[in-house]
Write a protein that binds this ligand. Sequence first.
Ligand code: ADE
Length: 250
Amino acid sequence: MRIDVLTIFPGWFEGPLTTSLLGKAAADGTLDVRVHDLRDWTTDRHRTVDDAPYGGGAGMVMRADVWINAAEAVWNDLPPEATAGRTGPPEGLAHVAGGPRPRTVLLTPRGRPLTQALARELAAEDRLVLCCGRYEGIDERAHELVATDEVSVGDYVVFGGEVAAAVVIEAVTRHVPGVMGNAASPVDESFSERLDTGEQLLEHPQYTRPSQVRGHGVPEVLTSGDHGAVGRWRHDQARELTERRRPDLR
Ligand code: ADE
């Protein structure tokens, strides 16, 4: 899978993309993640990506022309100079190969909430483009002409789309074959449907050695050797936890 990220803070992604399973997947070619500096599509000396809002008000708005020119280049695998400063009608906005543009996700608190189902859906794509907004928002024409999807990582506001894009990358790529290796299956986890009952449950509690920690032991059933009983206990615990913390999932 190829993922292109558009951001004014390309350095932000250095840690997340080179660490742990993502770093390994990038190194062995399972994932091809390319981070682009949005400012490479500006044409002024100050590399300006924002301006004051029409109609007044506080804060700055990211310019649509910069976003559109950047997306057009990334979709079509062109260097920034091929589209930077481009004006005129959007005839070049189609994917050059004539096919549809890749799924292009704009991270914004007004987007559709990221869920495990959406992560799985996006994982089926060959390519994704992630657009990280900053400032007060992005000119509406970039929403219309660039984004195929608008996604939020929760009902709160963070400083910018970078941290949200990192969440999307992790949630999506763990469903890409080869990324998780043998570490675990993404099936038997919180928010994944149980294959047997179809329920959406939070994950059951887990324990490991030592058996005593400051006077706190391990539930007896887990050391009983009775796999059936262990399975039933875990399912009961998952249901109880879900009922208590996330009754909306039931
Ligand atoms: N940018 C700022 N807050 C965000 C959120 N909750 N989700 C996605 N992008 C954001």
